[in-house]
Ligand binder design. Structure first.
Ligand code: FDA
Length: 307
């Protein structure tokens, strides 16, 4: 119930104004968002590299409503890639894009978002960086997968995300087998209707287990994105059974959620990549993190009362 309310609040302008106006929110947000500027994001990437973690960086912002906004987001990513190159940490890094921020919802949005993403891919390719397309709510999945496939024709390093709460995902894994695509597997952060998605956590988890099995035996590059130790144990087991080396799959986690678990993965010699979101537009991202784990709301409230 609480998580449904938070997911609704993540889309509400009124709730957004209320949360943003709380003076201490920024301190709480810092747990999940390492900064508002490109320089802070690059510094966080350098700290991660020093501890054996790669990164995927997300410039926060979604649902851009006009072409100027979409162009500004494209430019923010191009600036980020330049800054990573200047700091000597572009190669091996990844950037995560939301196509809604690239203009996907505008009239003729598929063409606009594809063009913006392609410009980012061209810059990334020159630096040895990869690009992943975040997955948003279920209404965008067909378009996001199609744009991913289109971009991979020129930039094979473009990754897609699949969400195991959606009924369609086993079919999407099968459809992507043969494309050697980078596939990030997540449970799904959006509240979805019962007509398209599992509603019980146990069913989402079971679907995640089966998706790990399917991805590990496919020709995709699996990116197992979870903080769930049982899923990570299964991924290690299935990767071994499928004869994958540690260079043939990776684990991904969100910044600030489980640094200890990240360290366990690094210590075991597996590839570990941390998702680093940054920017001033942190509201939607932050609210989804609260919705995932109602205990975070208590953390939020405690921080607000601790002055
Ligand atoms: P689960 O929710 O079962 O949590 C397992 C354990 O992890 C919990 O018991 C808790 O200990 C800890 N945990 C999880 N979330 C936490 C939180 N917010 N705060 C504190 N502890 C927490 N989704 C999407 O729809 N589209 C996308 O593109 C992406 N991209 C993405 C990238 C990466 C790198 C990750 C790790 C995740 C995403 N997600 C996403 C989010 C994903 O769908 C999912 O909502 C979260 O990862 C939480 O699910 P878990 O797999 O961690 O399992």
């Amino acid at each position: 119930m609480l998580s449904q309310t938070l997911n609704r609040a993540a889309r509400s302008t009124r709730a957004r104004r209320a949360v943003e106006s709380i003076p201490l929110t920024r301190r709480v947000v810092d747990r999940f968002v390492p900064g508002e500027t490109t320089a802070e994001a690059v510094a966080a990437a350098q700290r991660m590299a020093a501890t054996g973690r790669a990164v995927t960086i997300d410039v926060l912002g979604e649902d851009v409503l006009d072409l100027a906004g979409a162009r500004a987001m494209r430019d923010a990513y191009l600036g980020l890639l330049d800054a990573l190159a200047e700091a000597g940490c572009a190669a091996g890094s990844d950037v995560s894009l939301k196509l809604s921020a690239m203009g996907q919802a505008l009239p003729d949005g598929t063409a606009i978002a594809t063009e913006h993403a392609a410009e980012i891919c061209a810059a990334a390719a020159a630096l040895g960086c990869t690009v992943s397309l975040d997955m948003e709510d279920h209404t965008t999945v067909d378009s996001t997968l199609a744009i991913g496939a289109d971009l991979r024709r020129s930039y094979p390093f473009v990754g897609n995300v699949l969400q195991t709460n959606l009924f369609r995902t086993p079919g999407d894994i099968t459809a992507l087998d043969g494309s050697a695509a980078r596939i990030r597997l997540v449970k799904g952060a959006y509240r979805e209707p019962a007509s398209v998605a599992h509603q019980r956590k146990a069913d989402v988890d079971r679907a995640y287990e089966l998706a790990i099995d399917a991805l590990m035996t496919s020709d995709s590059y699996p990116m197992i994105a979870t903080h769930d130790p049982a899923m990570l144990d299964r991924a290690v087991l299935r990767a071994g059974e499928a004869g994958r080396t540690d260079a043939q799959w990776e684990v991904q986690m969100l910044y600030g959620v489980s640094p200890q678990l990240e360290q366990t993965i690094v210590d075991a010699g597996h590839r570990m990549r941390v998702y680093l979101p940054y920017g001033t537009d942190w509201y939607g991202y932050f609210m989804r993190r609260l919705a995932e784990r109602p205990a975070n709301v208590a953390f939020f409230l405690r921080a607000l009362t601790r002055r």
